[in-house]
Design a protein around this ligand. Structure first.
Ligand code: ATP
Ligand code: MG
Length: 406
């Protein structure tokens, strides 16, 4: 299906055209439209230089001027407009030695990675498809633009991108591109952790397992993890693929499922290299460190686990274990739903009394106060019905007078 442009995107194109510049939508949005998928964003490419783009629109942000990208803000949405670009020689398999702008669309399309990503579209001109991208979409094939061997040597991340698109779109990698990938696999070591994180993350989420196996077949794994760890990933390949196919989308879940068979040290080093944000990193670490935790679906155990890990991480653990085929995980998830709908107390903050109440009873400031609240919480996790102010106050009073200890 030809791209159906949202009004804003048509406006961006016509504004640039009215100022005398060429402009097209390009890349993922054209590919996804042609495949009948809904594009998640709309990237534009133009003959206007970034400075010229900025004169065409009142609200712009300089996102990546050095790479020719200006973000235009229109009706509270952001659109990336990138000047036609030519990249100079690549010196280190990841950075072009210079980026220069061109007024020629064909040159810009030539520097793109795969034929399916190198199609431009303008409503008045139709599709500009210089490398047979439409045919490759029809045949579900990933093919490098130009000479794949050279293109992977220019930017080794493209190898992982090839696997990512195959996994996401259910495509094969055509033989010349695939041979070039095998040959250049070692170059992946030159790529920064952040770039690997983005592409690997997309490859692992919502994968077509029969395609994601390309990651195992590609020879990239030993260069990403070392020989021993790659061996362990090979042994666990089928179970990882099965788990990933059953997981809902989520970066932490996907990486935890993937790293599951690796020793802690190896997984930790890899996670460090990938430079995750703190939240995601903590979730992945929690999921990995709870690998051996036995699940039991009785209400108290489920409450205790949700309380110990936090609700989000607790649910993530049940979800991961469910995808891994743990027989108790579905019942734990169902029990968690009941716990949430009843509003059972799970944290110290949910208790019917607070630290201030304990101080008023005569508890001294300090650690003992926190310990007492934790002890009360432990009781309430086992017996949610006692989370009532008078009951908890009397328990705390008895504990203080030594009649009862928690
Ligand atoms: P997605 O839908 O996942 O965003 P996409 O095709 O838009 O897919 P992006 O990573 O957003 O992928 O890149 C946008 C476009 O920029 C690509 O379609 C491709 O034309 C080009 N591109 C991105 N990365 C590279 C690269 N490393 N080498 C060459 N071209 C690239
Ligand atoms: Mg994109």
């Amino acid at each position: 299906m030809l791209p159906q442009l949202p009004e804003d995107v048509s406006l961006l194109l016509s504004t640039l055209n009215n100022h005398g510049y060429e402009a097209y939508i390009v890349g993922g949005c054209v590919r996804d439209s042609l495949m009948g998928r809904t594009p998640h964003d709309w990237d534009l490419t133009t003959s206007a230089t970034p400075e010229e783009v900025k004169t065409c629109f009142p609200h712009t942000v300089d996102t990546g001027l050095a790479h020719g990208t200006v973000t235009v803000v229109l009706h509270q949405n952001n659109y990336e407009i990138t000047t036609y670009r030519v990249e100079g020689d690549y010196e280190d398999c990841r950075h072009p030695s210079y980026v220069s702008f061109t007024r020629n669309l064909a040159e810009d399309l030539l520097r793109r990675d795969f034929t399916i990503n190198a199609i431009a579209y303008h409503p008045a001109e139709g599709l500009i498809d210089l490398f047979g991208g439409q045919k490759d979409i029809e045949n579900k094939v990933i093919r490098g633009v130009g000479n794949p061997d050279q293109r992977f040597q220019e930017d080794a991340l493209r190898m992982l991108r090839a696997i990512r698109f195959a996994s996401q779109l259910d495509f094969t990698i055509e033989p010349v591109t695939r041979n070039a990938l095998q040959k250049n696999a070692a170059l992946i070591q030159k790529i920064s952790g952040e770039r690997i994180r983005e592409e690997l993350g997309k490859a692992l989420q919502n994968p077509y397992p029969s395609r994601l196996c390309l990651l195992w077949e590609s020879s990239l794994l030993p260069y990403l993890f070392g020989e021993d760890a790659a061996e362990q990933l090979h042994h666990a390949q089928q179970s990882i693929l099965d788990t990933l196919a059953r997981l809902p989308p989520g970066t932490a879940l996907a990486f935890a499922a993937f790293l599951d068979p690796l020793p802690d040290m190896v997984a930790k080093a890899f996670l460090k290299k990938l430079k995750f944000d703190n939240q995601t990193l903590r979730t992945i670490r929690t999921l990995l460190s709870e690998r051996q935790t036995e699940l039991s679906p009785d209400p108290t155990s489920v409450r205790r686990l949700l309380s110990r890990l936090g609700i989000k991480r607790g649910i993530a653990l049940f979800t991961l274990k469910q995808a891994q085929g743990n027989p108790n995980a579905p019942a734990c998830l169902a029990e968690a739903e009941r716990i949430f709908s009843r509003g059972d107390c799970l944290t110290i903050g949910d208790l019917a009394i607070s630290g201030a109440d304990l101080l008023a009873l005569g508890y001294p400031q300090g650690k003992a106060l926190g310990d007492t609240l934790q002890a009360l919480l432990d009781q309430v996790l086992a017996h949610p019905e006692i989370n009532q102010r008078p009951l908890l106050l009397s328990l705390a009073t008895s504990a203080l007078s030594g009649q009862k200890s928690f």
